[in-house]
Design a protein around this ligand. Sequence first.
Ligand code: ZN
Length: 271
Amino acid sequence: MPELPEVEVTRRSFADRIAGAEVLSASLGKPLRWPLGCEPSALVGRRVLRVRRRGKYLLLDLDQGLLLLHLGMSGSVTFGAAATPAGVHDHFDLHTSQGLLRLHDPRRFGAVVHARDESDPVARKLLDHLGLEPLGDDFQVENFHAGLRQRRSAIKQVLLAGDVVVGVGNIYASEALFLAGIRPTTRADRISLARARRLHGAIRDVLARAVEKGGSTLRDFSNAEGQSGYFQLEAMVYGRAGQPCRACGTLVRQLKQGQRSTFYCPQCQHA
Ligand code: ZN
């Protein structure tokens, strides 16, 4: 599943190149998770002003309106010369004066949704519940800690829920909690400001490094989680149950939280 770093890498891969482009035509393949919400022909003549990201959504600001794009479980976006006709798994093509933006999505959990602007109920339904942007300026230790104080669930679950801070997926949550020395089962509202500060730094660090290494994770988009080259090589705990902790040598443990696997070091991480 594409995680926040991969979405950010995708954004950077075409944001500059598509800026200023005029939409020449748009076409749809099979139905995606949500309908486009307008006739594709209504996009013709619009200009793409910029590409932003919010959580795992790419936001294409048009001179009139907005496209929200989500990669779902298996989606990937390319932008370049229109070399080939749309294939069986290509479900959205946006031909522009500067190239073709194409969404390839075999499992079709992704979507492209048109909205008037971010205050449009269509956009608000998708974006309103999202927590702080982990790589953005609003993600400060104090408001992160304040958000955690409102939650009684296990910290790992709170991170995954995305309503305090967005985009910390399963791998990144396990890794960040290891770096912060926090046991994944610790209740979020019992985490001190000092520990929240360490976790805040760890989340930023893990995500920023993943963005930096994005080229290698990008190729593994369609693989199951944990299969990405970067984390196979560098994970401290994720996917390493029964192997010695890279910091202390204690065997890494695995447990289930919700439906998801969590990995931690019982020596390095404290409740
Ligand atoms: Zn350890």
